[in-house]
Design a protein. Structure first.
Length: 116
């Protein structure tokens, strides 16, 4: 059974920074590609960033390029999302995601609120 638990959300003023963490259960975390998604208020869930199992490749949606950085520590079963220069439009519930053995797994989400 795979469980994903996010932490690190909160309230921040525009221009500020937050670091989200997602810790996973499971013995084969180092084999999983991981991703972050977000759901802004009243909108559909959208892709934010992803990282390959070895951490050698990362991908970002255009709106966060240059501001967000995804990384991972396989020894800690954890993936991170460093968010800098936050904007009010980054306000959303952020969730981490893994696809393991053809099944989709989501964390419960963590709220990020950016004030103007």
């Amino acid at each position: 059974q795979v469980q994903l638990v996010e932490s690190g959300g909160g309230f921040v003023q525009a221009g500020g920074s937050l670091r989200l963490s997602c810790t996973a259960s499971g013995r084969t975390f180092s084999n999983w590609n991981m991703a972050w998604f977000r759901r802004p208020p009243g909108k559909e869930r959208e892709f934010v960033a992803s990282i390959t199992w070895g951490g050698d490749r990362t991908y970002y949606t255009d709106s966060v390029k240059g501001r967000f950085t995804i990384s991972r520590e396989n020894t800690k079963n954890t993936v991170y999302l460093q968010m800098n220069s936050l904007k009010p439009e980054d306000t959303a519930v952020y969730s981490c995601y893994a696809r393991v053995n053809s099944r989709n797994y989501w964390g419960q989400g963590t709220q990020v609120t950016v004030s103007s």
